[in-house]
Every structure is written in C-alpha cells, then in structure tokens.
Write a protein that binds this ligand. Structure first.
Ligand code: COA
Length: 250
C-alpha cells in the first residue's frame, strides 16, 4: 500500500491526506486505489460520519500523474484505478469536506465539485487544463460545473482551462470559503466536527436531496470516461503529455 495517501481517524472524521510533496501531490494509480478503499471503508463504518480531503502546504494536488497518462497514450496498460475513484466519489454516502492550499489541477479541482464544503486559501488556483492536454472533462464535471457556475463559467473553467483563484471560485459558488493558510486545517476540521455532530440519517437524506441524482451523475462519468480513454490515445494528448514529461526546466 502506498504511503503517498495517509488515512487517519479523528473521532468520527476520516482524513484522507494526499502526501507526495516532491511531485506536487500528483496522483498515481496506487494513490487512487487507496483513496477509493478509504471512502468505501469509511462509508461502511458507522463510527465514521464525514470524510475529509487534505493535501500538503502549497499543493492540494497537481492532478493525475502525467507519466501514468503517458503510459496509456503510448499503448501501455492503464488500469482502472482512476475510473474506480471517480465512481467512488460519485457514490460516497457520507459528507465530504476538502481543504485546498495552492496547486489544484485537473482531478484536484473536479474532486471538490463532489465535496459538500470546500475551504481554500488565498494562494490556491483551481485549474483544469483538460482541453490543452487534448483531453476532456472528467469526474462528472461537465454536468456539475455548468449547474454551479453557469454554462459560460463552466466553459471558462473546463474549456478554456482558465485558472480560478479561491476568491473567484467562492464568488462563482464553487467553494464554501476562503481561509488563511495557517487556519485551513482547523477550519476544515471544525466544519467536519459540526457535520459529525448532526443526526446522520436526516443529514444523509438532506444531502442526497441536494445533489444531482446519482444515476445521472454516474451515467455522465461513464460517458466522459469513454471519451477520456479515447482521447488519451489521440495525437493531441500524446503530444501534450510528451511535451510535459520531456520539458526542460529553466
Ligand atoms: N504528473 C507527474 N509529475 C508531476 C505532475 C503531474 N501531474 N505535476 C508535477 N509533477 C512533478 C514534476 O515533473 C516535477 O518533478 P521533478 O522534480 O522530478 O522534475 C515535480 O513534480 C515538481 O513540479 P514542477 O513542475 O517543478 O513544479 P512547479 O511548481 O514549477 O509547477 C505545476 C507545478 C503543477 C504548475 C506543474 O508541475 C504542472 O503544470 N504540472 C502538470 C499539471 C497537469 O497538467 N495535471 C494533469 C491535469 S489532467
């Protein structure tokens, strides 16, 4: 099991921490698998009332490990871990809270669209360069983002790949609050503790009522994933991924 994802319990709160700072928390197949397992185990355990996602200072995550994507783009075996994780997010039964500081690229932005509360710091930049990489939106973001941001806001985020600062994301309804770096984790954990203190059955029904119907979300993730897998093998994606992996640093 990878130690790039740390899972811990604080009372009724399960904390899933992305912890691969030397690669800006880029997510590998093993990391997705561990996060999916944590969500499933936390959901199955009545002692857990809420899931929390955290990263490291300055990096929530740089998104999918592009070396892993390049393996698929060049004809290799990609595995199902990432797709399984997207389904795990869509199917998660308990509230999810995230705390984002700094880099939040690709899935590290779209993951938050599934969260019930996201806190971010002023230096956070949410960005999804899917199209620039020859790819398409994933994680149900093509369904959720237009509902949250309006169609043009969603196009700016998912089509143009524009960066959204924490302030812009909050004004657009994408996140719950902006807090200083040194109070991020305490704010997240305080919110998680509030959630954990609510009557869980009523909260579950209320939460389900507020979210897009699961079947619709799951169907969209499946369609997106089909396109995404195809696009990964395209010339556009192969070129962009190769350019990143072989770039020279100034
Ligand atoms: N996949 C694999 N490795 C990644 C990565 C990713 N998504 N993001 C960063 N890394 C690695 C870098 O290759 C580098 O490794 P090295 O030190 O062995 O060369 C290390 O993490 C640090 O990244 P670096 O680019 O030097 O940091 P930075 O602060 O200058 O820039 C980013 C950070 C996130 C802006 C930049 O790394 C980036 O654009 N990453 C790709 C993001 C992306 O497109 N994600 C996929 C979305 S679908």
């Amino acid at each position: 099991m990878t130690d790039h994802i740390l899972v811990e319990r604080q009372g009724a709160v399960q904390i899933i921490r992305i912890n691969r700072p030397d690669k800006k928390n880029a997510l590998t197949r093993a990391m997705y698998a561990k996060m999916s397992a944590a969500l499933a185990e936390g959901d199955a355990d009545p002692a857990v009332r809420v899931h929390v996602f955290l990263g490291v200072p300055g990096a929530f995550s740089a998104g999918n490990d592009l070396a892993d994507f390049l393996v698929i783009a060049t004809g290799g075996e990609g595995g199902n871990e990432v797709w399984d994780f997207l389904m795990a997010l869509a199917k998660a039964e308990k509230p999810m809270v995230s705390g984002v500081d700094g880099i939040a690229v690709g899935i590290a932005t779209t993951l938050n669209l599934h969260c019930d509360l996201t806190f971010a710091t002023p230096r956070t930049l949410f960005r999804t360069p899917f199209v620039d990489l020859g790819l398409v939106p994933e994680a149900g973001s093509s369904l959720i983002a237009p509902r949250l941001l309006g169609r043009q806001g969603a196009f700016a985020l998912l089509g143009l790949g524009e960066g959204f600062s924490a302030e812009r994301a909050k004004a657009a309804g994408m996140i719950y609050d902006v807090v200083a770096e040194d109070s991020l984790e305490s704010a997240v954990l305080a919110a998680a503790a509030d959630i954990a203190a609510k009557p869980p059955e009523a909260l579950k029904i209320a939460r389900d009522l507020m979210r897009a119907p699961r079947e619709e979300l799951i169907a969209r993730i499946e369609v997106e994933s089909e396109h995404f897998r195809e696009r990964l093998k395209s010339d556009e994606a192969r070129g962009a991924l190769t350019a990143f992996m072989t770039r020279k640093k100034g």
